[in-house]
Design a protein around this ligand. Structure first.
Ligand SMILES: Cc1cc2nc3c(=O)[nH]c(=O)nc-3n(C[C@H](O)[C@H](O)[C@H](O)COP(=O)(O)O)c2cc1C
Length: 258
């Protein structure tokens, strides 16, 4: 993937401020004769050099999108953000109303711009929309097959029943995040879930569907997964048929300060 990328510096625009040199985590840029220059290195193509340059002299080849200016970006209020995080709830009652395509695009964008270890950008997405009912039906069949072996081993789930909306709770879409790195996928999922909330939508993380996506042969086929693909988490998304009035209590965390 990385072969197609090349950091390019327009020496006519470069003012030699050295910001890109100082910020590069791979020491891939040096100052020579008062201008920034790339040098052989294990460049992550993280784009910090593009993001920090005051004159726009740095670019990286091979990306389809152009850099957006952040100069007039509105500051995020920490109080509002924390209230949103605290007020988020797992939604298990959805309306069948469809989710607008532009909202889905922005939710995926939140995943795409999330950090990944060594900037591997190794999270991909299956958006279940038209085939969501078929997927739920296959997942339910899979669950019924394994239930009698697995449930007796799990006291908490012993009485679980797999009704027709067990996995998706009536939601119109679900996004399965694929990655071999569950931390990368988890960070992307968290950002996507917050974005979905900001879009006026509700979200359920579905560990159960994720198991079906990894273990159910027919579910995998419907999702179009290859043998290498690993489902890390599934986000069930839609307009909610429920309104929470206050935050839910949570345990005090174990915090060690030294
Ligand atoms: C990784 C993950 C997987 C989950 N899987 C399911 C699931 O399959 N079904 C479900 O009803 N809830 C699932 N949940 C929701 C949790 O049960 C829920 O987050 C927890 O009870 C706390 O409720 P809250 O999210 O409203 O704070 C999952 C949550 C996470 C983070």
């Amino acid at each position: 993937m990385r072969d197609k990328h090349l950091v390019q510096i327009d020496t006519d625009l470069c003012v030699g401020c050295g910001e890109c040199v100082r910020d590069c985590p791979s020491d891939a840029i040096v100052l020579r004769d008062g201008r920034a220059m790339t040098r052989r290195s294990d460049c992550l193509f993280c784009g910090h050099c593009v993001a920090i340059c005051p004159t726009g002299s740095v670019s990286i080849t091979g990306f389809s999108d152009t850099s957006e200016s952040l100069d007039s970006a509105e500051a995020l209020s920490p109080e509002r953000l924390l209230t949103a995080i605290k007020g988020r709830r797992s939604i298990r009652r959805f309306l069948p109303a469809p989710v607008e395509e532009e909202k889905i695009e922005r939710i995926l964008e939140a995943g795409r711009y999330s950090p990944t270890a060594t900037n591997s950008q190794n999270v991909s997405y299956v958006v279940l929309c038209d085939k969501i009912q078929e997927a739920e039906s296959l997942a339910t069949q899979f669950a019924a097959q394994i239930a009698r072996f697995v449930l007796p081993l799990l006291p908490r789930y012993r009485n679980m029943e797999f009704g027709p909306h067990f996995f998706f709770k009536g939601a119109p879409i679900a996004v399965v995040l694929l990655s071999r790195n569950r931390i990368d996928a988890g960070i992307a999922a968290g950002n996507m879930a917050l974005t979905a909330e900001a879009e006026g939508l509700g979200v359920l993380y579905s560990g159960f569907f994720t198991i079906a996506a990894n273990r159910g042969r027919r579910v995998r086929r419907l999702l179009g997964l290859s043998r290498k693909d690993k489902a890390a988490i599934t986000l069930v998304i839609g307009y909610t048929d429920i309104h929470y009035r206050r935050t839910a209590p949570k345990e005090r965390p174990r915090v060690i300060r030294r």
